[in-house]
Design a protein around this ligand. Structure first.
Ligand code: AMP
Ligand code: MG
Length: 511
């Protein structure tokens, strides 16, 4: 035992390294040179921890000790390259705000490789904000502290709500200055997902290969084959599309995307920038920018200040996702062959989305079986919530408590202007629930309707403190959001109505 080395070498204190070198692989790199450029991360000056998810570290089998180590801080800031990793930026294209934008790519994210998590599933690790890449275009390759805090907290909040998402292991902050509207500082988020492949990757190679740059559809086929083999093996023996795994893939992605949209709508999540390059081929929530959890329920709410036309307004999300799936279908058409097959593959979106949403809304209402009248019950409620701009999260939480005794409507009806209408609705709802055990129903609803969501004003407060080097609020929010269905006595202020200043927050694409 070398006492001196133990004392001086941070790695020696780091506990287990980020898994043995031999555990790293790079499945994405196996796609071939056409898919990426290898890039060394650009160091950050004076890196420090801003937030860490111990929960994700455990799920990744990394151990808390490693996540607290100097080795981790340096590596996850992009200041050193972990042995066994191979940082690269991938190339993709996409439709932005409905218009073909041509080549984009990872302008500030570097994919290190993939590791098996504690369940043996391979997870890719990406550093977002690690510097310039060949795809940075006019950008600086950086991500500012505020947007990194938003992405970190929202990724973990969504995961805790059971909504498919890329994850975030940590954020490191720095003194490195970056210019946006004002001078800010750079940060890096370590993102984790089974794959970061986007619709835009397929669009990129489909477009390029239609314009004759390489062998017909070789890269496109390679990409589709890898995605199927690794993530959708069932597509190789699809009953709906025998012998056409690519049509089966389109159908499977359509269905996952439909279910994701249903989850977003049910929880009141507005993504803000649903460009095709932000759409995950695995149906994950990806690329957190100007997202928002609704405060008052306004179906037409636009959370992205840069979205002047409201293309990505809350109520348009399910249709936009379907539009984006048509872009994916177009990209896959050379592999699918028959246009009819592509159209048939997209078709299931139209039934899966409404069925999934109805199921989720029934669950929010605590209904354990289905009744033909439920749709009308839900629609009447949604209209009332919209008409009176009722706070979406608070309504569901109060309803969940109310169900236990169904006496004294006040906590719920106080949220509405039209008291007669909500009283009538509550009466109808109580009748519908008559055959169910009220206490049990209430308990189930309290596990379905979160008490805490990442409202804009909450994350804004955490950002303001973090800019003054106080990261305690980031940690507090992470703790609350990781168990968002629990009551957390003493933290009711985090589940309260937004303050007046929240409505003046303007979140744009600037990040
Ligand atoms: P987004 O709207 O964040 O999905 O970004 C769209 C495209 O712009 C992607 O190719 C990003 O990698 C790239 N991008 C965004 N911000 C930056 C930046 N600061 N530096 C370089 N590229 C960026
Ligand atoms: Mg993006």
């Amino acid at each position: 035992m070398n006492a001196f080395k133990d004392f001086t070498d941070p790695v020696a204190h780091a506990g287990p390294a980020l898994a043995p070198t031999s555990d790293w692989s790079h499945r994405f790199a196996e796609l071939g040179q056409a898919f990426f450029t290898e890039v060394r991360p650009q160091p950050l000056s004076a890196p420090h921890w801003v937030g860490r998810s111990t929960r994700l570290a455990q799920e990744m089998g990394l151990g808390e000790t490693w996540l607290n180590s100097e080795q981790a801080l340096q590596a996850l800031s992009g200041n050193t390259v972990l042995p066994g990793t191979r940082p690269l930026a991938s190339v993709y294209s996409g439709h932005q705000f409905g218009v073909w934008a041509g080549q984009l790519g990872d302008g500030r994210a570097l994919l290190l490789g993939d590791l098996p998590d504690s369940r043996g599933q391979r997870q890719e690790i990406q550093l977002k904000g690690a510097g310039l890449t060949p795809y940075s275009r006019s950008g600086d390759g950086r991500a500012v502290l505020r947007s990194s805090i938003r992405e970190f907290l929202c990724s973990e909040a969504m995961a805790a709500l059971g909504i498919p998402t890329s994850r975030a292991l940590c954020i490191t902050g720095s003194d490195t200055g970056v210019r946006r509207e004002t001078m800010e500082t750079a940060a890096v988020v370590t993102r984790v997902a089974p794959s970061f492949i986007r619709f835009g990757h397929f669009e990129h190679f489909s477009y390029q290969e239609q314009h004759g740059e390489s062998a017909p559809h070789q890269a496109l086929r390679g990409l589709a084959d890898q995605v199927i083999a690794q993530h959708y093996p069932e597509c190789l023996s699809s009953d709906a599309f025998p012998g056409n795994p690519y049509a089966a893939l389109l159908q499977a992605v359509s269905e996952r995307t439909a279910r994701l949209m249903a989850q977003w709508q049910a929880v009141g999540f507005c993504h803000g920038v649903m460009n095709t390059d932000n759409m995950s081929i695995l149906g994950l929530t990806l690329d957190y920018g100007p997202f928002q959890f609704l405060d008052a329920f306004d179906p037409a709410h636009i959370c992205n200040h840069s979205d002047t036309q409201g293309r990505y307004a809350f109520h348009k999300q399910p249709n936009v996702a379907f539009w984006n799936l048509h872009c994916l279908a177009q990209a896959l058409l050379p592999l699918i062959g028959e246009q009819d097959q592509a159209i048939a593959a997209l078709e299931s979106y139209k039934s899966v989305f409404p069925a999934a949403l109805q199921q989720l809304m029934r669950a929010k209402l605590g209904l354990i079986d289905a009744d033909p009248q439920d749709l009308d019950l839900i629609e009447t409620l949604v209209q009332l919530l919209a008409q009176d701009r009722v706070d979406y999260t608070i309504f569901w939480r109060r309803l969940s408590h109310w169900v236990a005794a169904m006496t004294g409507n006040d906590s719920v009806r106080d949220l509405f202007l039209d008291r007669a209408a909500i009283d009538a609705w509550l009466q109808r709802y109580a009748l519908r629930l008559a055959a169910q055990d009220p206490v049990q129903t209430s308990q189930t609803m309290l596990r379905t309707n979160p008490k805490f969501v990442l409202r804009n004003h909450l994350v804004e407060t955490a950002i303001r403190k973090a800019k003054a080097k106080d990261f305690s609020e980031v940690a507090t929010l992470l703790t609350l959001l990781e168990s968002a269905f629990d009551e957390h006595p003493g933290y009711d202020a985090y589940a309260a109505f937004p303050p007046d200043w929240a409505s003046s927050l303007e979140i744009s694409c600037s990040s």
